[in-house]
Design a protein around this ligand. Structure first.
Ligand SMILES: [Zn+2]
Length: 730
């Protein structure tokens, strides 16, 4: 799938034939390509270099895919130095590229078995063959089974004007998909399958969904997106459960058919809004998490921070394309840029899958693989040193259930205009930027893996819209045990307590909820020297939006107050010039009594509360304020420190069984060629240990280090992209 943009992949406009529907069958005889199943599931551990060739090609013209040559195709992967190759068993066009008795075959195979031939060629070259199967996005079945179609609330028109047709997993399509999964896993010597598009591309109101919702909940599926309406919430939960059940059924049948096979479902959806109805729990139906991303190196870095804790096994898999997106067939990303993106995977000990695009006749541009091979060679040098546990002192809490736009509450589902404006995601991404640029060891923890809380010393709750009592209790326990909780904006507000809304974590954060204050522009005004210093030379920090109005509890320490504009921005008019300044909305001369930054001691830990998600605003002064607040309250030394350009990201992996830590630094400066960087880093020496050596990776030469307090300090001189070192101890 393509994230961060339209979901539909570029598939040629089709003139579809009138092939008749086929019976859905169960177990099929073996047609087979040969070998016994690998039966291990171990292949991902050493396969860091992976490829996929996007093959969403229809068959209405005889030339389409007609020159596919499996031997040449896989030879290109050898040139690209591939460990694993993902092969299309079908595509969004819904035509099977393997010898299926369930699905409709691609006409231009003409008795051949493209998938099987490519699997055999992979085996000949010791490349792990992995299957690709497009679920739900299936044009052939959309056309031939109108009763399987997903039905958007406003009808089929939008779909019929697009290239993609989606079929509903609550329809008989479910049996079709399971039968395909079974025959594919049974009949082919593959080591893994990636199931693409396991989500709801639309809110489906088809007869199958309507019937199921009636049967399960005794109601018609609601049409109004209203997060205050229990029925809407029940419907959204049902969508999630239906999808999870479908994904798990596909996983189960695949695993039964070929024990040891690895299974992934598309998880590029991780930061997508509610509409896809895919909960984070789908990661449990995957052996490792994987998804394709097109938003540049910084986006991939954020994804890795969340994938790390959600993946059942590691390495997880990051996918990106040699072009900027699937909509571009030709234009190559500059090698320097692609290198940086690839090294984001290395920096997080992740596998990387690079996406290429097949030519319409089934051939490849072999020159591309000469370039990708060079890149693979560069990455290969680091691979023997990768792995271990990502070290994180701080975690950002990402709550998938908060991924909606609170300003679009009460809108008809077909009339949503800004469904993807999710303040929670903006705040999570902003917080990640701040921690990355501040060189704070961090990862992202989610509503699906709250059991990881005890690993961290501080948790950030950035504008979390949904938090239930049970989750709040876990955060309360975390602070009781000495942790630090930073919460911004409405985080922990009990939205169902309408008569008397309050923060579930009121006692931890030290503030009592009153409501909202301000509108388009508000200000944080320091009362504390530390805050003044962090924002110097400014006397206020501006925020574009409303703040949460509270009163501080008696024991809480107020560090800053809210100041409103002298004149409310929305009332300024030409007649009478009733505003304070023509262009801007400057702060009033005195702050309000309400706090904007509060620190509160709670049992053994601390709460930090900020009246708005200031982490969302990507200004240096916002970064400095958030970092100063965290540094003020996080006890003890962090696991590493780095003195370097904010554009350099540092990670640390604990490889305890080898008595070493792997430090990595990557230059993320967003222009190429990048300027060379230098860095002085300090790595916390594990308690009771002594650092014996610091070794440059992959070169192997010793790096001079010195003990500075609790740290081993050393320096990286002039690196252009990725720099790594092993810190060995005894
Ligand atoms: Zn449906």
């Amino acid at each position: 799938m393509q994230s961060g943009g339209g979901l539909a992949l570029s598939v040629l406009e089709q003139k579809l034939g009138n092939a008749s529907a086929r019976a859905v069958t169960g177990n099929e005889p073996d047609w087979l390509t040969g070998r016994e199943p690998a039966a291990s599931g171990e292949w991902p551990r050493t396969a860091y270099r992976r490829y996929l060739v996007d093959t969403h090609i229809p068959d209405w013209d005889p030339v389409l895919l007609s020159h596919f040559d499996a031997s040449k195709f896989v030879d290109a992967m050898v040139q690209g130095d591939a460990h694993a190759l993902m092969l299309y068993a079908n595509s969004h066009v819904g035509l099977c590229l393997y010898r299926s008795k369930v699905g409709h075959l691609h006409a231009n195979m003409r008795g051949r078995d493209f998938f099987g031939e490519a699997v055999t060629e992979c085996r000949r070259r010791d490349i792990h063959p992995i299957g690709y199967f497009s679920l739900i996005y299936d044009n052939w079945n959309y056309q031939n089974h109108p009763d399987w179609r997903m039905l958007p609330e406003d009808g089929y028109d939008k779909n019929l004007g697009s290239r993609s047709g989606s079929v509903c997993p609550n329809s008989p399509y479910r049996d079709y998909a399971l039968a395909c999964a079974r025959e594919l896993a049974t009949n082919y010597d593959i080591e893994g399958i990636f199931y693409d598009m396991t989500f709801w591309p639309t809110v489906c109101y088809c007869p199958h969904c309507t019937k199921r919702f009636w049967q399960e909940h005794g109601a018609e599926p609601p049409r109004i997106v209203d997060w205050d309406d229990p029925l809407w919430r029940t419907f959204q939960k049902a969508r999630q459960n239906w999808l999870l059940e479908f994904a798990q059924a596909v996983t189960n049948v695949t695993r039964e058919s070929r024990p040891g096979i690895t299974i992934c479902h598309q998880f590029a959806t991780i930061f997508h809004n509610w509409s896809l109805g895919q909960p984070l729990a789908i990661s449990k139906a995957c052996d490792f998490v994987s998804g394709d991303f097109y938003g540049g190196p910084a986006q991939k870095s954020v994804v890795c921070k969340a994938y790390n804790g959600l993946s059942q096994t590691r390495p997880f898999e990051l996918m990106t394309s040699r072009t900027r997106s699937g909509k571009e067939h030709v234009t190559e990303k500059p090698i320097d840029e692609l290198r940086t993106e690839s090294f984001v995977a290395s920096l997080h000990s992740s596998a990387l899958l690079l996406i290429d695009y097949i030519n319409i006749d089934g051939t490849l541009n072999p020159e591309v693989y000469k370039l990708l091979g060079k890149l693979a060679e560069e990455r290969a040098r680091y691979e023997p040193f990768l792995g271990g546990e990502l070290v994180a002192d701080v975690a950002i809490y990402y709550d998938k259930e908060s991924m909606y736009n609170p300003d679009e509450n009460g809108i008809h589902v077909a009339k949503l205009q800004a469904v993807d404006q999710c303040p929670h995601r903006d705040a999570v991404v902003g917080a990640a930027k701040i921690l990355r640029e501040g060189h704070i060891p961090f990862e992202i923890v989610t509503n699906e893996n709250l059991e990881r809380l005890s690993r961290y010393r501080a948790i950030l709750l950035p504008s979390v819209l949904e938090l239930n009592a049970e989750q709040a209790e876990r955060f309360r326990d975390f602070v009781k045990g000495g942790g630090v909780l930073y919460a911004s904006g409405p985080s922990s507000l009990d939205r169902f307590n309408k008569p008397a809304p309050r923060f579930l974590l009121e006692d931890v954060l030290g503030v009592r909820y009153i409501g909202k204050m301000g509108n388009k522009m508000t200000y944080v005004t320091p009362e504390d020297a530390g805050i003044s210093k962090a924002i110097w030379p400014q006397d206020h920090l501006s925020y574009t939006g409303a703040m949460i109005k509270t009163e501080a509890l008696p024991q809480a320490l107020v560090l800053a107050r809210v100041t409103l504009p002298f004149v409310a921005p929305e009332i300024g008019r030409v007649i009478g010039s009733h505003f304070a300044a023509f262009w801007s909305d400057p702060p009033a001369l005195k702050p309000e009594p309400n706090p904007s930054v509060v620190v509160n001691s709670f049992v053994s830990g601390k709460g930090v509360w900020v009246a708005a998600p200031i982490e969302t605003t990507p200004e240096t002064v916002n970064r400095e304020l958030v970092l100063s607040l965290l540094r003020r309250v996080i006890p003890g030394p962090l696991s590493f420190e780095a003195e370097t350009n904010p554009a350099v990201e540092m990670t640390l992996f604990d490889q305890a069984e080898k008595s070493r830590l792997l430090a990595g630094l990557l230059n993320l400066e967003p222009q190429w060629p990048q300027s060379p960087q230098t860095a002085t880093v300090r790595v916390l020496i594990p308690a009771g240990r002594r650092v014996t050596k610091v070794i440059a990776v992959p070169e192997g030469n010793s790096i001079a280090f010195e003990k500075v307090g609790v740290y081993a300090q050393f320096r990286f001189d002039r690196f252009e992209s990725l720099a790594m070192a092993l810190v060995e101890y005894e």
